[in-house]
Design a protein around this ligand. Sequence first.
Ligand SMILES: C[S@@+](CC[C@H](N)C(=O)[O-])C[C@H]1O[C@@H](n2cnc3c(N)ncnc32)[C@H](O)[C@@H]1O
Length: 295
Amino acid sequence: MHPSPPDPGWLAPLTGAQISDADFARLGAFIESVCGIQVAAGKKIMLEGRLRRRLRQLGLDNFSDYTNRVLAGGDEAEVRLMIDEISTNKTDFFRESHHFDYLTTQALPALLRESGGQRLVRIWSAACSSGEEPFTLAMVLSEAALVSPGLSFQILASDISTEMLSRARAATYDAVTVEPVPLALRQKYLLRRRDGTPQVRVVPTLRDRVRFRRLNLMDSDYALGPPLEAIFCRNVFIYFSRRLQSEILDRFVSNLVPGGYLFLGHSESINGFDVALTQVAPTVYCKVDVKRRRK
Ligand SMILES: C[S@@+](CC[C@H](N)C(=O)[O-])C[C@H]1O[C@@H](n2cnc3c(N)ncnc32)[C@H](O)[C@@H]1O
């Protein structure tokens, strides 16, 4: 019997392949070395589930071949696709909204006071996923600039995932995802699709305020330019080892202006780390101004 001809647009049957303990350990160590994400021992089924699609697309029927292929090196594209599959990208507009309240009612006024009411504020969304966090920042800062004309701002947004970055750059979302955005801001900063499809797109003026780039938080030098007024690094620290968290915190501190702010996710903290940051609100930290403390 001849094998049936390929059916265009359809993939090979679902594979029930399982990963051996040895390959799980090898792949887990490799993943942590590439992006810092720790794949805990109990996450084997999760890893299999997330990578089966890659196996199918590559026409492989076992994890051993996949592990060998990825670990052999030289296939940067596959490593990126694998990271896209294994990373958790959950995010929302106005997620943990107390951070945006703190930014507008405390941090921005303090930064403006310090510089006589005129200031360029540079903010980095350091694990921006599909863009909801930096676009929330862009809305909030645009509104703040209306009441403080001396305020101007730049937003840098980065992520390790190329897939998430291309979604973020598209700035197009299902209408249901923008429900947390206050109505007045939705009306001002989001466009509806002409054909009635329930999707919205961030207005061009706001899109222009956010610069996206790929950046791995494991990099030893983030090459961000002048120090920043605030860093949002939320809901990614939890996946990293304490050692990596400590290294990243040191890099954050050296990329902040004295008096600049770090915002972490709700289950993350700097407790136990020896860094020049002081807590100013739940999961909000301020870089200690050493010169001012010495006075
Ligand atoms: C759960 S999302 C958090 C999104 C957003 N910060 C929030 O709190 O809503 C975590 C993001 O971290 C990214 N990520 C994971 N490892 C990373 C790394 N080593 N460098 C940069 N981004 C990373 C993932 O791709 C994912 O988009």
